[in-house]
Write a protein that binds this ligand. Structure first.
Ligand code: SAH
Ligand code: SF4
Length: 394
């Protein structure tokens, strides 16, 4: 039997506005502000793609009672089962049928690197040869999974390794959830407490899979992470941010700003040509109004480019235009890119200006810098070493 992606993972049909050509429609998406290439869809479905209702539908097609779905999901999410054979309360023939048609884990761990600070980075290989990265970041008793939402990234921010080869394909809801589960496996006895969507890719350019994955990560029947412990980071698509505000989720939103004015932002982020800071501020305001969650502005400090005192003062004005706090990140060097990592004292001075302006600001520690923790770097490095079979970068 062919198991299709659950309805919540599928994109709703987009109606073509009058007068719009067929070719143009292919590039438009219901949640995008500008015409953006959609990207290839993932192939194949596993347990992590399915809600309890979707799994019940599959089972009812096999004349199995609905309660089997709850049993299966409890094994997978509560008891970490990675094989149907372990599910001792399921009849043997059902276990065999599930094993043949609905995989649990679909990825292989191609590489695992542990940094001196305990940060562990996994490179996962998918059945079609695509690869993605996820990271386990330990911090006292907190364990954070950083997950990717796309293979590559279509945005191409100039300082980021993820976008250097463009977008290879979208990740499915199941592939995003599976990364968090793989990270949970490396947490050992500690509980996975947080998930951040800060790996490869632009989550809001893969909107429906991202939202479906958030729901599964948050659900009591799923991974069970509190919504307030889940952060979606976006380069900033105002229409998608407004839609996210309507989803009834209490997740944190981080907007990657990286420049306090449009002129500079356009030099760093190609998509900023079509999206100005004023429209991002407006969307972030709506997000706060609907969710009461303060938005975090992320700002990568690039030495000599966006880290002057004048930039800090301008950034303070933007931040004060909405309910927001600022997260400063010193650029993590990427091989072959020309940017400079400012020293800690320069970053502290930048932060002091923001704080003096009354903006709640933090300087994020760079974690696992020795395992290529900046997104996209392990994947690229492994690909160039020939360790990974990857369609585009292998
Ligand atoms: N596409 C989304 C989420 C993934 S990137 C976004 O851009 O928000 C997650 C964060 O990592 C972003 O704030 C991004 O700017 C930052 N980042 C990417 N490359 C980096 C690098 N080399 N050094 C420091 N931060 C980096
Ligand atoms: Fe894509 Fe985010 Fe990297 Fe920009 S920073 S290229 S949006 S992953």
């Amino acid at each position: 039997m062919l198991i299709k992606a659950a309805p919540h993972c599928r994109r709703p049909a987009v109606r073509r506005p009058e007068g719009q050509s067929r070719r143009r429609r292919r590039y438009n998406r219901d949640v995008n502000d500008v015409a953006l290439p959609v990207g290839a869809a993932p192939v194949g479905v596993g347990v992590f793609d399915l809600t309890p209702d979707a799994l019940k539908e599959v089972l009812s097609g096999w004349n199995e009672p609905a309660y089997r779905a709850d049993q299966i999901l409890a094994w997978v999410y509560r008891r970490d089962a990675d094989d149907y054979d372990a599910m001792s309360n399921l009849p043997g023939p059902l276990r065999a049928k599930l094993g043949a048609s609905l995989p649990i884990y679909r990825s292989q761990v191609l590489a695992r690197r542990v940094a001196a600070d305990g940060t562990t980075k996994l490179l996962l290989g998918w059945p079609d040869g695509a690869t993605s990265e996820c990271v386990c970041i330990p911090d006292s008793d907190r364990r954070t999974a950083c997950v990717s939402t796309q293979v590559g990234c279509p945005v191409g921010c100039l300082f980021c390794a993820s976008g250097l080869d463009g977008l290879q394909r979208q990740l499915s809801c199941g592939e995003i959830v599976e990364q968090a589960m793989r990270v949970r496996q490396v947490c050992g006895d500690a509980r996975l407490s947080n998930v951040v969507f800060m790996g490869l890719g632009e989550p809001l350019h893969n909107y429906h899979a991202t939202v479906a994955a958030v729901r599964t990560l948050n659900a009591a029947w799923g991974v069970g992470i509190g919504a307030r412990k889940i952060t979606v980071s976006t380069v900033g698509l105002p229409k998608a941010i407004r839609q996210l505000a309507e989803e009834g989720l209490q997740i944190k939103l981080a907007v990657s700003l990286h420049a306090p004015n449009d002129e500079l932002r356009r030099q760093i982020i190609p998509w900023a040509e079509a999206i100005d800071i004023a429209s991002l501020v407006e969307a972030a305001r709506v997000y706060f109004e609907k969710t009461t969650r303060e938005v975090t502005l992320e700002y990568v400090l690039l030495g000599g480019l966006n880290d002057a005192p004048q930039h800090a003062r301008e950034l303070a004005q933007v931040a004060k235009g909405m309910r927001s706090n600022v997260n400063l990140i010193r650029y993590n060097p990427v091989e072959s890119l020309p940017f400079q990592r400012p020293d800690a004292a320069a970053a502290e001075r930048f932060m002091a200006i923001l704080r003096a302006e009354g903006v709640n600001t933090h300087l994020r520690r760079s974690r696992g810098i020795d395992v290529d923790a900046a997104c996209g770097q392990l994947r690229r490095r492994s690909a160039t070493m020939g360790a990974v079979v990857s369609r585009r970068s292998g």
